[in-house]
Design a protein around this ligand. Structure first.
Ligand SMILES: Cc1ncc(COP(=O)(O)O)c(C=O)c1O
Length: 411
């Protein structure tokens, strides 16, 4: 396959220059302009084809521009893109119903991003706690290494000073603990605790799966204290781990579960799924969103769910992901001293390197037209579309082996 001829008219230098002049500098972007995608492939402005093992950071799970999703968006775009949440739209309830059936939750609030889904979760937990546990109950416990978003409340939930310090003073009422420390959690949960919030797999800090035994302990302590458990599945949810929710792998149910990223294949959407008494907490006027759950995004999300199901992509994530991880482990054994750990679940995979070479490895893979992500100095993160094949994974393992061998040989 090759890029369409129309891409030749794109002036990448001009785009990069305007970006640095007119766009706020919130990203350190690579000097490449992507102009087209299909399945697990992206093409740049020069017509070069890349194998995408990042998928827009866990977004393009059914593959870029899947024809069923593209057709649904196009049909909806010429029917009704937006209607205010003051009125019903034909798609939002159906999407909410399908999400509830897939997750065992009761009701859904739709926003436009992961941060908004988590913001809704925090607000619901606070209002619920005031109502059911007392007027002073508002604290949210989160974990070091977490990432929950960039709004003021979600950056405060994100227990990482790097993201917080420039923006102080932060909202109060958040406490941070170490993942795995059951004793500390037991002590920290008090009658002021509204909820404990956790990602089943910490994605942004380098694909760190939370041990299932700890997730079970968190659930048990929340039940004992009568506070809520919020599971942030913004990155790990939507089938990436081989189950619709990563928490379903561990067999732990949240009272609130948040989804975003892959939910609508790249049309902005976030969803806050709630069950039990917390699902009836918000009333008209408490919370809302102009765009959240609008018909265009719902059409994209419904079509995304169709593809996940019809193409059995969740099963593919489990089987291809397991093979990918075992091949990466075999690579680690073959070139000792390069890979410290291979970890993850399904097609959410992290490779911890033995030396601080993650950025160099990522850059060399990019030269080989393979897109991966480096987290910090030592971790490579792989979040490919869930439709990747074993052959795609083999190409990545071979290329990684080659790059690691080169880096080791040159010191
Ligand atoms: C686990 C998790 N929660 C929340 C977010 C924030 O999502 P968004 O960037 O859509 O606001 C992210 C984004 O990376 C994430 O990985």
């Amino acid at each position: 396959m090759s890029a369409e001829p129309s891409t030749k008219t794109i002036d990448a230098d001009q785009i990069i220059e305007w970006d640095s002049e007119y766009v706020l500098g919130t990203y350190s972007r690579e000097p490449v302009v992507f102009v087209r995608g299909s399945g697990a492939r992206l093409w740049d402005s020069e017509g070069r084809e890349y194998l995408d093992f990042l998928a827009g950071i866990s977004v393009a799970s059914v593959g870029h521009c899947h024809p069923h999703v593209a057709r649904a968006i196009s049909a909806q775009a010429s029917t009704l893109m937006h209607v205010s949440n003051l009125y019903h739209n034909a798609l939002q309830p159906e999407l909410a119903k399908r999400l509830c059936e897939l997750t065992g939750m009761d009701r859904v609030f739709f926003g436009n991003s992961g941060a908004e889904a988590n913001e809704a979760a925090i607000k619901i937990a606070r209002k619920w706690a005031k109502q059911y546990r007392g007027p002073d109950c508002h604290e949210i416990i989160t974990f070091k290494g977490s990432f929950h978003g960039r709004t003021l409340a979600t950056v405060t939930a994100t227990a990482n000073p790097k993201y917080q310090e420039p923006f102080t003073p932060l909202p109060g009422g958040f406490r941070y603990l170490e993942v795995g420390d059951v004793e500390a959690l037991d002590e920290a949960i008090t009658d002021k605790t509204a909820a404990v919030m956790i990602e089943p797999i910490q994605g942004e800090s380098g694909v760190r799966p939370v041990p299932p035994s700890f997730l079970h302990a968190v659930r048990a302590l929340c039940d004992e204290a009568g506070c809520l458990l919020i599971l942030d599945e913004v990155q790990c949810g939507m089938g990436r781990t081989g189950r619709f929710l990563a928490s379903q792998v561990a067999g732990v149910r949240g009272d609130i579960v948040t989804l975003a990223k892959a939910i609508a294949s790249g049309i902005p959407m976030g969803a806050c799924l709630v069950r039990g008494s917390a699902a009836c907490t918000l009333v008209p006027g408490d919370h809302g969103s102009t765009f959240g759950g609008q018909p265009l995004a719902c059409a994209a999300a419904l079509a995304t769910l169709d593809v996940l199901e019809s193409e059995k992509l969740i099963d593919n994530a489990a089987t291809v992901g397991a093979q990918f991880m075992s091949d990466l482990q075999a690579l680690a054994d073959r070139i000792p001293g390069t890979i410290k750990e291979v970890r993850g679940l399904g097609l959410m995979v992290g490779v911890e390197l033995a030396t601080p070479t993650a950025k160099a490895v990522k850059a060399r893979l990019m030269e080989k037209q393979i897109i991966v992500n480096a987290v910090g100095d030592t971790v490579l993160r792989f979040l490919p579309p869930l439709m990747v094949t074993s052959a795609d994974c083999q190409r990545v393992v071979d290329a990684l082996g080659h790059v690691l061998g080169q880096i080791q040989a040159t010191g």
